[in-house]
Design a protein around this ligand. Structure first.
Ligand SMILES: [Zn+2]
Length: 258
């Protein structure tokens, strides 16, 4: 059956001399894989639409086995992402997180929108670390994790100073700090952002500026939480961490030289 679908390329692998197997996260049907014959040839009409992160409309032939990708029409090339190594590393991480958290053929329009919007924001030049942190916070419910971030996970209070408790699965207010000896202290700016990223409507993302030290706190809190509960290990996360360390090393060097 020949069908038209909208989707984003999340993974490609070579198949033989000239073919690719392309995994597309689609709006209509969730994650699907297709054989793209000849896509490895540079002059193939499938070569550009099977690049990672391409957002397009695809004509596919599906059957009982692996379907085939017949044609594709680019809607957004996400060129700025592909031209920048750090941005690509962020996009690759989001794509891998999406890939590892989903099964094939399970439609999830919410998740599709989330991923598409995050890639667009990244492509438009929004702060990559912020976009990735938003994506991670919003992916929690997709994975089935529900930290208590609206109030204290122990007493329910919404007033006071807060810190993050991995063990108690959410924030603790200052009255309950002693409940968890491994409590992660965070600035109130970081607390606010974790809460905001988890709950807010991504379409309403304005011009958001986050200080470097706050981003570091977000990174730590989110990583610890994922490590403890998600059961997902991603190679792209390690690569991204290495890239970020390299970048901050270069930034410090520049400052020394000034
Ligand atoms: Zn409390």
């Amino acid at each position: 059956m020949l069908q038209k679908i909208e989707g984003i390329v999340i993974r490609t692998s070579d198949y033989g001399e000239t073919n690719k197997v392309v995994t597309i996260y689609t709006r209509e049907k969730g994650k699907l894989a297709f054989m793209a014959r000849g896509a490895k040839k540079p002059n193939s009409r499938l070569s550009s639409v099977t690049q990672p992160f391409t957002h397009g409309s695809f004509l596919v032939q599906s059957g009982s086995g692996l379907g085939t990708l017949q044609q594709g029409e680019m809607m957004t090339s996400m060129r700025h992402i592909r031209e920048d190594l750090l941005m690509s590393a962020h996009a690759a991480y989001m794509a891998e997180l999406l890939d590892k958290s989903t099964e094939e053929k399970k439609p999830n329009p919410y998740l599709y929108e989330l991923f598409e919007q995050c890639l667009h924001y990244l492509n438009e030049g929004y702060d990559a670390e912020v976009i990735t942190a938003i994506f991670e916070m919003k992916m929690l419910q997709v994975i089935g994790l529900h930290p208590e971030l609206s109030g204290c996970a122990h007493c329910g209070s919404r007033e006071g100073r807060f810190a993050f408790s991995i063990r108690e699965n959410g924030f603790l207010c200052h009255r309950c700090f002693e409940v968890d000896p491994y409590l992660l202290p965070l600035s109130q700016a970081a607390i606010k952002l974790l809460r905001l990223f988890y709950f807010f409507d991504l379409k309403r993302l304005g011009d958001i500026k986050v200080k470097e030290e706050t981003k570091k706190e977000l990174r730590t809190a989110i990583s610890l939480y994922y490590d403890e509960y998600s059961g997902i290990y991603l190679k792209s996360r390690r690569f991204l961490d290495q890239m970020e360390r390299m970048q901050s090393f270069l930034m410090n060097k520049e400052q020394e030289e000034d």
